[in-house]
Design a binder for this molecule. Structure first.
Ligand SMILES: [Zn+2]
Length: 463
């Protein structure tokens, strides 16, 4: 498997630190509003990386954080307003209720889009101590300083590699920050908060050695990634907008604290636009999963639409393209129902198709090529129908389109469901009940009844 590393700006082989086992940290949702299709495109990329690696036979451990504090509008201002606090005031709910509501919503969206659960979802609010500890280490090592207000800033000039991910070196930044309102106590305008003193009226705050306050957003990902994956791990992913300052600052924090490289490969998902416009709350063109459902589309068809654009490229969403993708996915399921299963082994012509599909995946997830291969296979006159069925059923492990839905209307679990059952049984065997419960919920959301038996997990459609 080869992936584009944003840090080296090259396509590189994925060489896991531990043989056959890839460790991956994914920047997760901020849970004070619904995730839009642009956010979900990024989450689908994390899932696609994982599926593709597993398809190659590798084991993957994926951690995705839940940002339920500290994601501020302006990191540098003392009066910075936390968006969580704003949502709370708008909706008349407590911070915990806001977080719970939108965390549940994003899990539902992920399930609807065929995004498999990560192994763990640490919450920022449950790791305040880890963030305080890391901040204290950075102060000790001379990478951070406390100001009179009780805020702690990272001293960007103390970290030699600052700017290596985004190209925003200190020289470039001095220009860009000229107009920004900043805390006059900062040594450099680009210094960012590790810990913020709680201003008046602040509800989400914690005690710390520097007084009551709350963590900056970036420190959360350094603290939680290293807690769960260690001081070296393989892949870190996020949307392209997180490259700077979020990931640049994370590198400064993590590497400043441990003194060496932490992440091998940084991967960033491209932006999603709608009919040429940036998708943002301010432009009023936010599309949610439920908008797809309301228009009669299967949310899984959004996957097929995304596959037509390389993951790093900007993608333009139009409702026409969505309609075409939806039609195609339904057609593929219908064709599979006509073909019927039956091939026990792939013949030469099917094997050639399989090799091309796997090569496309391995080539930095060239999904537009994979789409062409699927289309060629469907219309191929050389490959027997039962062989086509076997190939698509196997590829659906990565595509996640529930392609056997019509064929198995009788009913048989899909490849996806079988994979989840296997994962759940493994989690139960390892006494990881949090994961096992989460997978049970994911199966439940697919309309299945989940039963625990002596032979392990059994599923059947709910009446
Ligand atoms: Zn992050």
């Amino acid at each position: 498997m080869r992936l584009f590393n944003s840090l080296t700006r090259r396509v590189e082989d994925v060489v896991p630190l531990e043989a056959e086992h890839v460790t991956m940290y994914a920047c997760g949702p901020t849970v004070y509003r619904y995730a839009h299709l642009g956010n979900l495109r990024s989450f689908m990329l994390y899932d696609l990386i994982r599926r593709a690696l597993q398809f190659e036979g590798l084991q993957v451990t994926e951690i995705m954080n839940i940002t339920d504090v500290g994601h501020m509008t302006d990191e540098s201002s003392v009066e910075a307003v936390d968006k969580m606090q704003l949502a709370m005031e708008d909706e008349g709910l407590t911070p915990a209720e806001i977080a719970e509501k939108y965390t549940a919503a994003v899990f539902d969206d992920a399930t609807a889009l065929g995004i498999r659960p990560a192994d763990r979802y640490p919450k920022a609010t449950e790791h305040i101590q880890e963030m305080i500890d890391l901040t204290a280490i950075l102060i000790d090592k001379g990478h951070a300083y406390v100001v009179d207000s009780g805020s702690v800033y990272y001293d960007v000039a103390s970290f030699e590699g600052y700017g290596k991910l985004s190209g925003n070196t200190l020289e470039n930044l001095r220009e860009g920050h000229r107009d920004l309102e900043t805390d006059p106590q900062k040594r450099h305008p680009a210094d960012f908060a590790l810990w913020k003193a709680a201003g008046p009226g602040r509800l989400m705050k914690w005690p710390s050695p520097w007084g009551e306050g709350f963590p900056g957003w970036h420190i959360e990902c350094s603290a939680m990634s290293m807690k769960y994956l260690g001081e070296r791990f393989d892949i870190h992913t996020g949307g392209t907008d997180l490259r700077f300052p979020h990931h640049e600052d994370e590198i400064a924090q993590s590497e400043g604290a441990v003194g060496h490289e932490v992440v091998s490969i940084w991967i960033h998902a491209g932006h999603l636009r709608q009919s040429g416009q940036k998708i943002a709350k301010s432009t009023g063109n936010v599309i949610l999963v439920r908008d797809l459902v309301e228009r009669g589309f299967d949310p899984l068809s959004f996957r097929w639409l995304c596959f037509q654009t390389q993951y790093r490229s900007e993608m333009d969403f139009t409702w026409d393209a969505m309609a075409t993708a939806d039609q195609r996915v339904k057609q593929l399921r219908h064709r599979m129902a006509e073909w019927k299963p039956g091939a026990s082994e792939l013949d030469a012509s099917a094997t050639a198709f399989d090799a091309r599909f796997r090569e496309a995946l391995a080539d930095d997830l060239a999904m537009p090529t994979a789409v062409v291969i699927v289309n060629e296979l469907v219309s191929s006159k050389e490959v027997l129908d039962a062989q086509k069925y076997a190939l698509l059923a196997s590829w659906d492990f990565v595509l996640g389109l529930d392609l056997e839905r019509d064929a198995t209307a009788g009913w048989e679990p899909t490849a996806e469901m079988r994979a989840l059952v296997t994962e759940r049984d493994a989690a139960r065997a390892a006494k990881d009940f949090a994961t096992s419960d989460r997978i049970r919920d994911a199966l439940g959301a697919m309309g299945l009844e989940v039963m625990d038996t002596a032979e392990g997990t059994k599923i059947r459609p709910r009446d």
